[in-house]
Design a protein around this ligand. Structure first.
Ligand SMILES: Cc1cc2nc3c(=O)[nH]c(=O)nc-3n(C[C@H](O)[C@H](O)[C@H](O)COP(=O)(O)OP(=O)(O)OC[C@H]3O[C@@H](n4cnc5c(N)ncnc54)[C@H](O)[C@@H]3O)c2cc1C
Length: 385
């Protein structure tokens, strides 16, 4: 089978490597518009449950990821001068660049053709030349946008602003942070992804963002191409938490998050995968996992339906792919929606005392229950009782 993949993020690369492993005689080409390793963002977090899934299906990738990941067990909430900790959860995080490097290597070993620094060719041409075209071109997928009626796309761009930064301080927990500007709350989260660095993401609703003086037009850039004023202002606002450590960016700017949904994920031999098909708010840290699960399921179904060895049209496999992935993605999107709405309305919780605030924050998406937290607390000296 000849497969064209547009987009060399985690979803596109993982799919390509699996398909070639299943079908060494086939041809798989990935187009990635950026040079190898030139990507956005910093660390991505995975829960223990996700890692266990990777360990079962792909022990080699698990071992490679484990060797490059930071692991920890606690969640901490920093709020009004107090820190509430809840222990016994279990997370790991890996740098996005590290993860991509591992996936490049897997692709190269499997015999995938990787075309870095090249835009994907026009989709009509790909559809004429390949048996299957995979749009793994991210949340702003141009392929999907060109066929939004066929896919039944809905885009919901939220009003809050966020910025994805890193700090040269290894946090010891998934740490939620709240800073009050006098006119609203800025909140964020941080977690370690290497021995030296932690991801540091800040979000604020429009009002709080303006009130904190963050709405100024970009006047200058840091050497890595980030909004210099935003970096410096956030160092001031979160000075207590940062404790003298410095924020760095990676072409980091204020952005608005868009929730992507599609009623259909394929049209003929064109299929959406990962963020091109669905996004989940970063506060639940699931997008990379979902993209990689899409890849694994799609590759397996193409094999099981006999498509890879020239056994005919992939239509049945693509229908099964939507049926298999749709419910899992919808559940994650529901949790993500509850999470993003809780943070958008964070002002409603700002009067609470610290342990109540932390309890509401940690249970916001419905994925952690009271029992999860009390069980977690009993194994620690947390004030969360
Ligand atoms: C602030 C923030 C924090 C996040 N934190 C986490 C986290 O902790 N854990 C987690 O699991 N997920 C996290 N995510 C989500 C995660 O980044 C995405 O869900 C994940 O990257 C999706 O993978 P993908 O392969 O579908 O798309 P992407 O990673 O977006 O990859 C798409 C690729 O396609 C390329 N491309 C686009 N158009 C073309 C074209 N025309 N030709 C060639 N190439 C093209 C792009 O350059 C890009 O490399 C976060 C997201 C954000 C915004």
């Amino acid at each position: 089978m000849r497969i064209a993949v547009v987009g060399g993020g985690p979803g596109g690369l993982y799919l390509a490597s699996w398909v070639r492993q299943f079908d060494p005689a086939g041809e798989v080409v990935v187009w990635e518009r950026n040079p190898a390793g030139d990507t956005f963002g910093f660390g991505v977090v995975f829960s223990d449950g996700t890692l266990l899934g990777i360990k079962e299906t792909d022990p080699a990738l698990y071992d490679a990821m484990a060797a490059r990941s930071e692991r920890w067990a606690d969640i901490a909430v920093r709020y009004r001068g107090e820190v509430v900790r809840s222990a016994g959860h279990g997370f790991a995080a890996i740098g996005r660049k590290e993860l991509l490097r591992l996936l490049y290597r897997r692709c190269a070993e499997a015999g995938v053709t990787l075309r870095f620094g090249e835009q994907g060719p026009p989709v009509e041409r790909l559809l004429a030349e390949y048996d299957l075209v995979v749009a793994a071109d991210g949340a702003n997928s141009a392929i999907r946008s060109g066929r939004s009626d066929a896919f039944g796309t809905s885009l919901d761009t939220r009003s809050s602003r966020y910025i994805w930064l890193a700090v040269d301080k290894p946090f010891d927990a998934l740490t939620f942070l709240v800073a009050e500007s006098g006119h609203g709350a800025l909140h964020g989260h941080a977690y370690p992804f290497s021995a030296e660095l932690s991801t540091f993401i800040v979000e604020a609703d429009e009002h709080a963002w303006r009130a904190a003086g963050l709405a100024a037009p970009i006047a200058g850039l840091t050497p890595d191409g980030s909004d210099r004023f935003a970096v410096e202002r956030l160092e001031e606002i979160f000075a207590d938490t940062l404790d003298g450590h410095r924020l760095t960016g990676n072409r980091s700017r204020w952005r608005r998050f868009t929730v992507v949904r599609n009623r259909r994920w394929h049209q003929g031999n064109l299929v959406l995968l990962g963020d091109a098909a669905h996004t989940t708010h970063f506060s639940i840290g699931s997008g990379t996992r979902l993209a990689m699960e899409d890849a694994l399921v799609l590759a397996g179904l193409l094999r099981d339906h006999g498509c890879l060895d020239g056994g005919g049209s992939p239509e049945a496999a693509l229908v099964a792919y939507e049926q298999r992935r749709g419910p899992a993605v919808a559940a994650a999107q529901r949790a993500a929606q509850a999470s993003l709405e809780w943070f958008e309305d964070i002002g409603l919780a700002m009067g609470r005392e610290a342990s109540q605030f932390a309890f509401e924050l940690l249970t916001r998406g419905g994925r952690l229950s009271y029992e999860d937290l009390t069980a977690a607390v009993r194994s620690s000296d947390s004030s969360f009782r």
